[in-house]
Design a binder for this molecule. Structure first.
Ligand SMILES: O=C(O)CCC(=O)C(=O)O
Ligand SMILES: [Fe+2]
Length: 373
């Protein structure tokens, strides 16, 4: 049997394991090599022409890359730096104070995840990061939920009792990023040639998550130690605030990792699987990973935005048709069920997973390479 020396990149995308051949030289395709930057200040204009001009640029980035830097957003620098201070205070607490809000105690998959608890790529000792997540919770008055939750509906978020100042700081950040996300969502609608308010009805109380992350410096300087394994996001879209340590990388069509270092006063915005799905893959949900080779502690805060739990979404009308767009590829689906399924797939140790084994990407990889030979 011939042995193929084709190199592959392995990842976790759309809830499934996948791989991509690394293409160099004559075999290389036309793909992105940098992450575009979009000045989003026009989204705050009263003039629809200004908003449409930004949307056009966002649309181009979403079709070609799936990632862009948003510059000139309206989240103040001091709110971001104060929130990062709170994030560092949180992670520097003793482990037992963090474990009080362990994600395994939460049916909504909220709370703290210690180092190596997830294993996005299915190999090695796991993702070298600790995380804490909160999100939409109709019981928390800070969120001004537009409906009265039923008494059967459990509370979703948990906050550490050892750090009372944490919650107000996170909420200051949350409230502002949510408002900015709504502007971006309208820009995505315009970018798809839809009315600006197209997604408004499906996002009256959107499923969101503020996730804070701490990546210690990796001991090994190659990808055998990984901060967060290669994946696509489950969200509609994500806004990542990174502090000052470069580690985020985005995979292009040639299987080459493109750096997405922090740029002052910007967000990294990326399309998630949900938005890609309802655009018939016209908008790309692009694989990315975190590799902290800097030798420094890295902190970041992704904000995930998705439709209402009860929303049912089907392919948008402007993304079905003739030619390059093609036939509708996906059935309509309930947003809440989809998100929960995806979150659980990445957290095999959660009690609700009933002891199912972790994903084993390397097995698939070996089989694929054998099939090519
Ligand atoms: O830490 C980062 O820069 C990105 C994190 C990320 O991709 C995620 O949490 O989905
Ligand atoms: Fe991500």
């Amino acid at each position: 049997m011939a042995v193929s020396n084709q190199e592959f990149v392995y990842y976790h995308a759309g809830g499934k394991r996948g791989s991509r051949p690394v293409l160099r030289g004559a075999a290389a395709k036309d793909t992105f090599e940098t992450i575009p930057l979009v000045d989003v200040s026009g989204l705050f204009s009263k003039d629809i022409a200004d908003r449409k001009a930004v949307a056009t640029e966002i649309g181009k980035a979403c079709r070609e890359v799936g990632f862009f830097y948003a510059a000139n957003h309206d989240i103040p620098d001091d709110v971001i730096s104060e929130t990062f201070e709170a994030v560092k205070n949180f992670f520097s607490m003793p482990l037992e104070d963090k474990m009080e809000v362990h994600l395994h105690k939460s049916a909504a998959l909220r709370g703290y995840e210690p180092l190596f608890e997830t294993k996005m790529e299915g190999t090695g000792r796991g993702d070298m990061k600790e995380a804490f997540t909160i999100g939409d919770d109709p019981w928390e008055p800070e969120q001004h939920c537009p409906y009265q939750p039923s008494t059967e509906e459990p509370k979703r978020n948990s906050w550490p009792t050892a750090y009372p100042g944490f919650r107000p700081q996170i909420y200051d950040y949350y409230t502002r990023v949510l408002a900015f996300s709504r502007k971006l969502m309208q820009a995505f609608a315009l970018a798809l040639d839809l009315p600006e308010n197209y997604f408004d009805a499906a996002t009256s109380f959107p499923m969101v998550g503020v996730r804070i992350l701490h990546y210690p410096p990796q001991e090994r300087q190659d990808a055998r130690d990984i901060g967060l394994g290669a994946h696509t996001d489950y969200s509609f879209f994500t806004l990542v605030q990174q502090e000052n340590v470069a580690a985020l990388q985005v995979l292009n069509a040639n299987g080459i990792w493109i750096d997405a270092p922090p740029k002052p006063q910007t967000y990294v915005v990326n399309v998630g699987d949900f938005l890609s799905r309802i655009t018939n893959n016209v908008f790309k949900s692009t694989v990315h990973r975190v590799l902290n080779k800097s030798g420094e502690e890295r902190y970041s805060m992704p904000f995930f935005f998705s439709p209402d739990k009860a929303a049912t979404l089907s392919t948008v009308p402007t993304c079905v048709g003739e030619g390059s767009i093609g036939e509708e590829k996906y059935e309509e689906l309930n947003a809440g069920d989809y998100l929960m399924e995806r979150l659980k797939a990445a957290r095999w140790q959660h009690p609700s997973n009933q002891g199912k084994p972790p994903p084993r990407v390397q097995d698939v990889a070996t089989a694929e390479v054998a099939a090519m030979a």
